[in-house]
Write a protein that binds this ligand. Structure first.
Ligand code: GTP
Ligand code: MG
Length: 197
């Protein structure tokens, strides 16, 4: 897929205020600092379309981007950041749950997972919840450039083994790096494929 246009549209704290659900939508979610905003910039080849930061908790709202005037990319705030208060965590859960349940044009949730770490409860539980709610999702492993290919391979194999203990059918997954562009074509081809359905 060629990205000829990528624009920021809106930031919202409530799903009801998001742009009219007229285009297919793909939401990026995952732990704080996993690389959601960076991946959006990598996919669109726009350096600063989504705001990134080395400190977790940068993205706080539901951010809509429109790509090629044909589909929406959504940058969501991360979960699992220890320094966040209980109240903020509950607010996050309310906002995200409402968004996930009511966004009628949501085609797929992309759950971003840091490829360097063993399976984390927060991610496994989040995916289980998506499964229970019947919300389609894929896994996107990030930051593949941070370790050797052999290490990534081993970590990925462990992760998939853990997933196969939980899931009868493994969700689709992608391996990416916002630094090197690894996985860009595959993720965009997947989105193009779903857009056609
Ligand atoms: P929140 O909005 O806080 O939830 O974080 P986020 O998931 O949007 O992460 P963000 O894209 O802001 O990236 C967090 C940090 O990781 C930044 O310092 C990025 O430069 C770095 N980073 C993200 N993706 C990659 C990657 O693929 N490779 C490397 N080496 N660094 C990355
Ligand atoms: Mg972010």
């Amino acid at each position: 897929m060629i990205i000829h246009d990528a624009r920021f549209l809106t930031s919202n704290s409530r799903a009801e205020l998001c742009p009219a659900p007229t285009l297919p939508e793909y939401a990026f979610i995952g732990r704080s600092n996993v690389g959601k905003s960076s991946l959006i910039n990598m996919l669109t080849e726009r350096k600063a379309l989504a705001k990134t930061s080395s400190s977790p908790g940068k993205t706080q709202l539901i951010n809509h981007f429109v790509i090629n005037d044909a589909w929406y990319l959504v940058d969501l705030p991360g979960y699992g950041y220890a320094k966040v208060s209980k109240t903020s965590r509950a607010e996050w859960a309310r906002m995200i749950n409402f968004y996930l349940r009511h966004r009628t044009n949501l085609m797929c949730v992309c759950v971003l997972i840091d490829s360097r770490h063993p399976p984390q409860a927060a991610d496994l539980e989040f995916m289980e919840k998506l499964g229970e709610e019947g919300i389609p999702f894929v896994m996107i492993f990030t930051k593949a450039d941070k370790q050797s290919t052999a290490q990534t391979k081993a970590l990925l194999a462990d992760y998939l083994k853990k997933m196969s203990e939980i899931w009868d059918e493994l969700p689709r997954y992608f391996l990416t790096s916002a630094e090197t562009g690894l996985g860009r074509e595959e993720v965009l081809a997947f989105i193009a494929e779903v857009n056609q359905q």
